[in-house]
Design a protein around this ligand. Structure first.
Ligand SMILES: Nc1ncnc2c1ncn2[C@@H]1O[C@H](COP(=O)(O)OP(=O)(O)O)[C@@H](O)[C@H]1O
Ligand SMILES: [Mg+2]
Length: 448
């Protein structure tokens, strides 16, 4: 409900009070409490200001004979009546509640409003406590004041009189006016509440919009920051091998006949180029636009053929491989090559981690598969030093590494592959203190 709609409602209330087919009072004013609640404000008034205006209006209405419905539907109410000019905007102070007797002598309108009781004033002009404008507008006429009750307390005050036809205000009229005031109070209260809810909804919407804008800004900044970090990292990773390669290449050029020197230099150059190749491969894996091509796959078979290919690579590191594969695993939907890629990254990390540990410690790499109700699991566990807590929370972040020559992309790639398979990965420290990575992949459900 908009303010105009609220005004329309107020107008409808006053029309019912003043219309001939309604309660037929000559004039009526609706007072509503100010926002701070310290005064009543004459919000709208209906009725003539002078005898001439009254005569003119009543003659017109007598020929038109509009029904109450027609009067309510009229939209010309924004053209203020004579009484509006006299009283609209007028305020009646609502003095802080004092003792009731004192209040009664100070301000009958405030008292009627606060006590929620009807008051009849014989002649407002004689009441010095009321503002001069009010006393003039209602001079020499009997006035009735009826509060608009709402759930807890009055939410407005209707003031009406018969200034022009001088009809006495009977008890029966007052009762009808009270009845109308009750309905009007409810309607206004509902309208207010609706307006409040609407305002709250709008405030919420604004807050939400602001939040979205902030979020977008943050995301944008975050993306820039990530791009910046990537460039810095890649630059750093490439510079070292390039410097080494450049240095050795120059010494080769300087003394090409020293075969021993050439061989040593060439070996170093090849090593450095390999590092660059690994970096490049990992970066391409990470940014690879290819989604996995998922096929019915037996996880055990993936693990077995992976181990077959890489087993010999463990010998120089003195690492024992333990394969512990659950029999008859259900099939999953997977891209076998990508899963092997993930295995390789975990495998490399495991070997590097165990390399750091004491030499005499037994080095075991365990690859295990197990089956759950809805998924199958692949666990890669090593007997290395395990993972400190502060590393565990960051290790899957791209470019996070604790190694001198690490790229920090290995686990990020693993995680991406697992995500692309609809699976999950978690890491714990195993029973013997090493790291245990556990990948869970959903079982393939045959099409219904
Ligand atoms: N098996 C493991 N044991 C202990 N720490 C590990 C293990 N695997 C990974 N990490 C930690 O996680 C970090 C990130 O690993 P990764 O993403 O593969 O990058 P990188 O191997 O290039 O450092 C490593 O630097 C290391 O600190
Ligand atoms: Mg790694």
């Amino acid at each position: 409900m908009t303010t105009t709609e609220l005004e329309g409602l107020v107008h409808a209330i006053l029309t019912c009070v003043t219309a001939g087919p309604g309660l037929g009072f000559n004039r009526a004013v609706l007072f509503l409490p100010s926002e701070r609640g310290d005064e009543l404000v004459a919000t709208m008034a209906i009725g003539p200001a002078t005898v001439e205006e009254a005569r003119e209006t009543w003659t017109r209405l007598a020929t038109e004979r509009p029904s109450l419905g027609e009067l309510l539907r009229r939209t010309d109410w924004r053209r203020r009546s004579g009484l509006s000019a006299l009283v609209e905007g007028l305020t009646i102070p609502l003095a802080p509640a004092r003792d009731a007797a004192a209040e009664r002598t100070t301000n009958p309108l405030a008292e009627a409003y606060r006590a929620g009781q009807v008051r009849k004033l014989a002649d407002a002009h004689t009441l010095d406590e009321l503002p001069a404008r009010f006393r003039e507008a209602f001079a020499g006429t009997e006035v009735v004041c009826v509060p608009l009750p709402a759930k807890e307390r009055a939410i407005g005050l209707l003031v009406a009189d018969n200034a022009f036809n001088r009809e006495p205000i009977t008890e029966e009229r007052i009762q009808l006016l009270e009845l109308l005031a009750r309905l009007a109070g409810l309607a206004l209260d509902n309208a207010r509440m609706y307006q409040q809810v609407q305002a709250q909804a709008e405030a919420l919407q604004r807050a939400l919009d602001e939040l979205e804008r902030t979020h977008e800004r943050l995301l944008h900044n975050e993306r820039l920051a990530t791009v910046g970090a990537v460039i810095a990292r890649v630059g750093h990773e490439i510079r070292n091998p390039l410097t080494t390669i450049g240095g050795f290449a120059r010494t080769l050029g300087a003394r090409p006949s020293d075969m021993e020197r050439v061989a040593r230099g060439a070996g170093i150059i090849v090593d450095e180029v390999e590092k660059l190749e690994v970096l490049l491969k990992e970066m391409l894996d990470f940014t690879s636009p290819h989604p996995p091509s998922l096929r019915p796959t037996d996880l055990n078979q993936v693990v077995a053929s992976f181990a077959e290919v890489h087993r010999d690579g463990l010998t120089p590191h003195r690492v024992r491989l333990v394969l512990d594969l659950a029999p008859r695993l259900p099939e999953i939907h997977a891209d076998a090559r990508q899963l092997q890629r993930a295995c390789l990254n975990l495998w490399r990390n495991a070997v590097q981690a165990m390399e750091e540990g004491p030499v005499d410690r037994e080095r075991t790499l365990t690859i295990r598969t197990t089956r759950g109700d809805d998924d199958v699991c692949l666990v890669v566990e090593d007997s290395g030093p395990g993972i400190p807590e502060d590393v565990a929370t960051r290790m899957f972040t791209p470019f996070f590494t604790t190694k001198h020559h690490g790229t920090g992309l290995g686990l990020a790639v693993v995680r991406k592959i697992v995500d692309d398979h609809g699976g999950a990965i978690e890491v714990r420290n195993g029973q013997r203190g090493g790291a245990a990575f556990r990948i869970t992949l959903p079982i393939r459900r045959s099409a219904p």
